[in-house]
Write a protein that binds this ligand. Structure first.
Ligand code: CP
Ligand code: NVA
Length: 306
């Protein structure tokens, strides 16, 4: 098993699928009231340089349910925010806690934490990727559709961290993925290249387009994210104009398969990336998806920290 979760590109297909299997088991046990204290006495440090509702609460509750505890460390309140190096932070925290979940801007900071520390590092979102989110998304797709391989995922919007992790994840599990973004907002070329390379082993078809209609056609799962990711707020007005043709409304959604599910990592902005009738409609599974953050991340922590 990989020591860290830095990106899904680093994980093998087996590691992803085994973790999803464990997530399913942990969810069933939790619903049945069966305690599973796999991480009794262990502590997770949670460093946040950006806001969070789901990630923060699901990791903290997850750690508690696994018999351990979690420490919320706002980057502004620890010395990291005042310029202490990643090297020193990694070495010091490795003496106190058994794993670190970090949400920050630069992917290289997460990689450095893993390089210099001696404990597992879990990426809780960077500007580049959001791997934990995609594990929860996959758990949700399996619950609703019974499988991943052979299905089609459509991501409509900014070629951002969530889109990147979907590309990496889908390539690894053999799910076709089409990403439609406006010109100038496409996914990172390096990520696309890596995903295409990974997809050769699983047969997943990867499509990158500027056409939302092409991407969504016959999709089994349709995915939206905010047009304005954390840290990009200054571009908001311009982006809204550029992204409006990429709004997932009833008309666009009707091009997907009739039983397509609607996914959104949340937080959502109704009337922008998605209309109310879609996100609050019968095909939306957003709250199951949010709940699965808990189960999927518990599985990640057990795999990496036990
Ligand atoms: N989806 C997600 O990561 O949500 P938070 O920003 O609330 O953690
Ligand atoms: N792309 C969004 C995801 C939030 C969970 C952001 O980075 O803000």
């Amino acid at each position: 098993m990989n020591k860290h979760l830095l990106t899904l590109h680093d994980w093998s297909s087996e590691e992803i699928l085994d973790t999803l299997e464990l997530a399913k088991q942990l969810k069933e046990e939790q619903k049945a009231g069966i305690t599973h204290h796999h991480l009794k006495g262990k502590t997770l440090g949670m460093i946040f340089s950006k806001s969070s509702t789901r990630t923060r609460v699901s990791f903290e509750v997850g750690m508690y349910q696994l018999g351990g505890s979690a420490l919320f460390l706002s980057a502004n309140d620890i010395q990291l925010g005042r310029g202490e190096s990643i090297y020193d932070t990694a070495n010091v925290l490795s003496r106190f806690v058994d794993g670190i979940m970090i949400r920050t801007f630069k992917q290289s900071d997460v990689e450095d934490l893993a390089k210099y520390g001696s404990i597992p590092i879990i990426n809780g979102l960077t500007d580049l990727v959001h791997p934990c989110q995609i594990l929860a998304d996959f758990q949700t797709v399996i619950e609703k559709k019974g499988k991943l391989k052979g299905l089609k995922m459509a991501f409509i919007g900014d070629g951002n961290n969530v889109a990147h992790s979907l590309l990496y994840g889908c390539a690894k599990v053999g799910m076709d993925i089409a990403v439609a973004s406006p010109k100038g907002y496409e996914c990172d070329a390096e990520v696309v290249k890596n995903a295409i390379e990974d997809a050769k082993a699983t047969g997943a078809k990867i499509t990158i387009t500027n056409s939302p209609e092409e991407a969504i056609k016959d999709a089994d799962a349709v995915y939206a994210d905010t047009w304005v990711s954390m840290g990009q707020e200054s571009d908001k007005e311009e982006k809204v104009k550029i992204f409006m043709p990429y709004q997932i409304n009833k008309e666009l959604f009707s091009l997907a398969k009739p039983d397509a599910i609607f996914l959104h990592c949340l937080p959502a902005y109704r009337g922008y990336e998605v209309t109310e009738d879609v996100i609050d409609g019968p095909n939306s599974v957003i709250f199951d998806e949010a709940e699965n953050r808990l189960h999927a991340q518990k599985a990640v922590m057990v795999k990496l920290m036990k």
